[in-house]
Design a binder for this molecule. Structure first.
Ligand code: SF4
Ligand code: SF4
Length: 338
């Protein structure tokens, strides 16, 4: 399965109008992108990609996923994907978000979900089978199982744990390594250093969530330009790593749904919002509403059970609400009185 070094990630096109979404996908195809990744869970994404690739299917590698852990669910999702993408076969069918051992066992259970996709492969409806995960030990076990041909895993210079063992292990087992979260879920602002880092690793494919054609043009520019990381860029990478530490949100949203409708991953961006937004924006209506809502957390703890990074969500939310309130007070005091 040979593909472009960059793949199209189908999450952001859900936010666009249908015409804009189709235009963005088409633009990416024009720029030479041959790998498109979507999922049953991404609402309109599959259907929009299906419309954009109509008449240009040949040479493309279409990847989609099911988050179901039951054979009937996977069967249903697979048929839906074929219909929405409007294709006769799917190049890569992945088990979505398998980030704990129990989920991996469910996927691999005798007569379980994997057998549905293996049968579909025998029938030519699926060409290859892959898995996606956020948890390194589960990912390593999946690679070693010999049942998957690709692993999609977060990788960037901030979250670089895959570099030491997972990427070499995948290579050893002839499992293709696909990168998700190249910008660490929005934590890395500087695309140039993020992609220069990733492009040092041969034979990996990076998926980028694209909302505007100019984003992919910028990344293609980096791919085509000088890729050596300068000393100043190295310093910038180190600084950001130190600022973020290890306990930061990867914006995967596996913690949802919150029983109080708190937008957890958005509130978790608070430290980065403070760095990036002018105070008048940060302390005004929209952000204020989102962050203040986190004060309603009942500490039920359900979100923490689902977070693959084991973040102390309750503690962090309380801390960011506190910092927000203090910052707001300071900002208001600094305003000239009317
Ligand atoms: S602990 Fe708080 S943030 Fe987490 S699900 Fe419960 S109410 Fe929502
Ligand atoms: S809190 Fe955890 S589960 Fe929720 S978005 Fe962040 S990393 Fe993902």
């Amino acid at each position: 399965m040979l593909v472009s070094r960059l793949g199209f990630g189908g999450i952001p096109i859900q936010r666009l109008s249908e015409d804009d979404a189709i235009a963005v996908v088409k633009k990416c195809l024009d720029l030479g992108i041959t790998f498109l990744d979507t999922a049953n869970l991404y609402t309109t994404s599959e259907e929009r990609i299906g419309k954009a690739i109509a008449g240009r299917r040949e040479g493309l590698v279409l990847a989609t996923k099911s988050a179901s852990r039951k054979r009937e669910g996977v069967e249903k999702h697979l048929n839906l994907s074929l219909m929405r993408l409007n294709v006769k076969y799917i190049d890569l069918y992945q088990f979505h978000g398998v980030s704990d051992k129990a989920s991996l066992d469910m996927v691999l259970a005798p007569g379980g979900p994997i057998t549905v996709v293996e049968k579909a492969r025998d029938e030519g409806l699926v060409k290859h089978i892959g898995i996606t995960s956020h948890q390194i030990d589960v990912a390593k076990e999946a690679v070693k199982s010999g049942r998957f041909e690709t692993i999609l895993f977060p990788f960037n210079f901030v979250t670089a744990e895959a570099a030491d063992e997972l990427i070499p292990l995948a290579k050893k087992h002839d499992v293709g390594f696909i990168v998700m979260k190249p910008l660490s879920g929005g934590m890395i602002d500087n695309a140039k250093i993020a992609f220069k880092y990733l492009f040092q690793f041969p034979d990996i494919l990076t998926i980028v969530g694209i909302e505007k054609a100019q984003e992919i043009e910028e990344i293609v520019g980096i791919l085509e330009g000088p890729r050596t990381i300068t000393p100043a860029e190295k310093k910038e990478m180190q600084k950001l790593k130190e600022q973020l530490g290890t306990k930061f949100c990867h914006r995967c949203d596996y913690c949802q749904p919150c029983t109080e409708d708190i937008m957890i991953s958005t509130v978790m961006m608070y430290p980065s919002l403070v760095r990036r937004l002018p105070s008048e924006h940060l302390f005004s209506g929209l952000w204020g509403g989102v962050i203040e809502k986190a004060a309603n957390c009942t500490e039920c703890g359900e979100c923490e059970e689902r977070c693959p990074y084991h973040l102390p969500i309750r503690e962090l939310l309380a801390e960011y609400v506190k910092q927000y309130r203090e910052g707001k007070l300071k900002h208001e005091k600094a305003q000239p009185s009317a």
